[in-house]
Write a protein that binds this ligand. Structure first.
Ligand code: SF4
Ligand code: SF4
Length: 221
């Protein structure tokens, strides 16, 4: 028997595809990612925040594995092209590639023990330097217990239970599923495209000459 489809994901797929019909083909992937980021923010804007432990300047979780969809990676690379000078962009992508080589293939537990911080975490302010385009995984993960986070960091224990906001996490997961499905349809693939570790996905997106080139290279049939 086929598993039941989440009606929220179905709705998101329809909405994203309708939005993308008005967008130029050459930016379909990055536009899809940016649109998903906007949808997440709109959808969670009115949710209460009093139970959330996450605050600006708290970045110890930014050594954790972050998975992204292809469209998110292209949205981030496009943002970096638009907001960084060519020299800064080149240096940043070189650092991203180094981190991808070091931790891109590790399982989340091993990656956590290595404590290699995300290329986009500012070490002084402990803030995210790509906040407007940070991945859905980062947006959706909101701890309700700072002590549990600190314990996980102190003990390097990836399995430390950390109570997190379930509704925000679900919204982020639904948007990621919808993005993976929309991307699959762009390249005539059934189901969903694979996700990848953040730095690895960015390195692959940067290596593609363009979004159209990526779509041509990955087209099925
Ligand atoms: S998840 Fe934990 S470590 Fe990360 S920002 Fe929130 S409170 Fe801080
Ligand atoms: S993208 Fe930003 S929020 Fe996400 S892990 Fe990197 S620094 Fe942290």
């Amino acid at each position: 028997m086929m598993p039941e489809r989440d009606p929220a994901v179905e709705w998101l797929v329809r909405d994203m595809r309708s939005h993308l019909r008005k967008r130029p083909k050459r930016h379909q992937l990055s536009d899809a990612g940016a649109y998903a980021f906007d949808l997440y923010e709109t959808n969670t804007a009115s949710m209460p925040t009093y139970e959330l432990a996450c605050k600006a300047g708290c970045g110890s979780c930014c050594a954790a594995h972050v998975g992204v969809e292809v469209a998110e990676a292209f949205a981030i690379v496009r943002h970096l092209h638009q907001t960084r000078t060519p020299d800064v962009f080149t240096a940043l992508m070189a650092r991203v590639a180094e981190i991808a080589a070091e931790v891109g293939e590790l399982d989340p537990g091993t990656r956590w023990v290595k404590q290699v911080f995300c290329a986009f975490l500012d070490p002084d302010s402990q803030s995210c330097t790509i906040y407007p385009v940070r991945p859905l995984a980062c947006r959706g993960y909101n701890s309700n217990d700072l002590d549990a986070c600190n314990l996980s960091t102190a003990n390097l224990d990836h399995d430390q239970p950390i109570p997190a906001d379930a509704v925000r996490m679900l919204r982020a997961q639904q948007l990621r599923q919808a993005l993976a499905e929309v991307t699959a349809r762009m390249i005539d693939q059934d189901g969903m495209t694979d996700h990848a570790e953040l730095h690895s996905a960015l390195t692959a997106a940067h290596a593609a000459d363009s979004e159209l080139a990526w779509m041509r290279a990955n087209k099925h049939g």
